[in-house]
Write a protein that binds this ligand. Structure first.
Ligand SMILES: [Fe+2]
Length: 227
C-alpha cells in the first residue's frame, strides 16, 4: 500500500514500529545546480526515529526548518546524505551544527561534496554498513548510477527503502549530467532494489512515494526508453 502524503496532518508517513520508530517527512525548496544549470526543486527530507533519537536523511535547502521540525529531546544520531548533489547536502552543515550530529556520505561522491564544503564528512557510508536508530536497522545499499556514490537505506523492520534520486515513482533518477551513468543505475536498481520484497515502500528524494512491486514490472520500459 502506498502511504499517505498529507504532511499537513502532522501524522508520520510511516506509522511507528513496535519500538516506536516512525518516519516523518519535511519538504524543503531551493535550487539544484550542476554543469552550469540551475533548477527549482522540492526535496523530501526524511526523519527516522523514536522519541529519544533520530536520523535525518538528505538535509536539503533549509537547515532551520529541518532542525525546528525535530523535538529538542531527540538526539540526532546521524545526518545521512543519499548522494552529494547540492540540493541534497546544502543544509548538512547547518543541521550538523544545530544538532551536533555527524555527517555521513559515500566517498565516491566527495568531488561533489568538495564543491560545497571545505571540510570532510565525519563518516563514510559503505555498502553493507548498518546504522541503528531506536530498534530499527538502516542497511546501506550502494547504488551507483545517478552519482558514483549514491546510496539507498533499507529498513526491513519498517518495510521501507529510502532511495534518494536512484529510484522514483515512475522510474530511475536522472543520468544526463556529469558523473551519472544510465547502464550503471539500471544495474543498481535491477540488482539491489527490485530484489527487495514487493511490499517495500519506496521513499524518494523528490515527489511521491511508491512501492517496489509497483515499479518492478516497468524495468524493461525504462531500459528501452533510455532514462
Ligand atoms: Fe540528485
Amino acid at each position: 500500500m502506498v502511504p499517505e502524503h498529507d504532511d499537513s496532518s502532522g501524522m508520520p508517513v510511516i506509522a511507528p514500529s513496535s519500538g516506536g520508530v516512525r518516519v516523518d517527512r519535511v519538504v524543503t525548496s531551493g535550487t539544484f545546480e550542476l554543469d552550469g544549470g540551475s533548477w527549482e526543486v522540492d526535496n523530501n527530507v526524511w526523519v527516522v526515529g523514536d522519541d529519544k533519537e533520530c536520523v535525518i536523511i538528505d538535509a536539503a535547502h533549509d537547515g532551520r526548518t529541518i532542525v525546528k521540525s525535530i523535538d529538542l529531546e531527540r538526539r540526532v544520531v546521524a545526518v545521512i546524505s543519499t548522494h552529494a548533489h547540492n540540493d541534497h547536502i546544502n543544509a548538512v552543515g547547518e543541521v550538523c551544527d544545530g544538532t551536533r550530529a555527524p555527517a555521513y556520505l559515500h566517498p565516491a561522491d566527495r568531488m561533489l561534496w568538495d564543491e560545497l564544503y571545505p571540510v570532510t564528512p565525519d563518516h563514510e557510508l559503505a555498502d553493507g554498513q548498518v546504522i541503528t536508530v531506536g530498534d530499527v536497522d538502516l542497511h546501506v545499499i550502494h547504488t551507483p548510477g545517478h552519482t558514483p556514490g549514491s546510496c539507498c537505506l533499507y529498513a526491513p523492520a519498517l518495510d521501507v527503502v529510502f532511495t534518494g534520486d536512484t529510484l522514483f515513482n515512475g522510474g530511475p533518477g536522472a543520468t544526463g549530467r556529469s558523473y551519472s551513468d544510465f547502464p550503471t543505475i539500471v544495474e543498481s536498481i535491477r540488482d539491489r532494489l527490485l530484489t527487495l520484497p514487493d511490499e517495500t515502500v519506496v521513499l524518494t528524494g523528490h515527489g511521491d512515494s511508491t512501492v517496489i512491486g509497483a515499479e518492478a514490472p516497468h524495468l524493461q520500459e525504462w531500459i528501452d526508453r533510455g532514462h
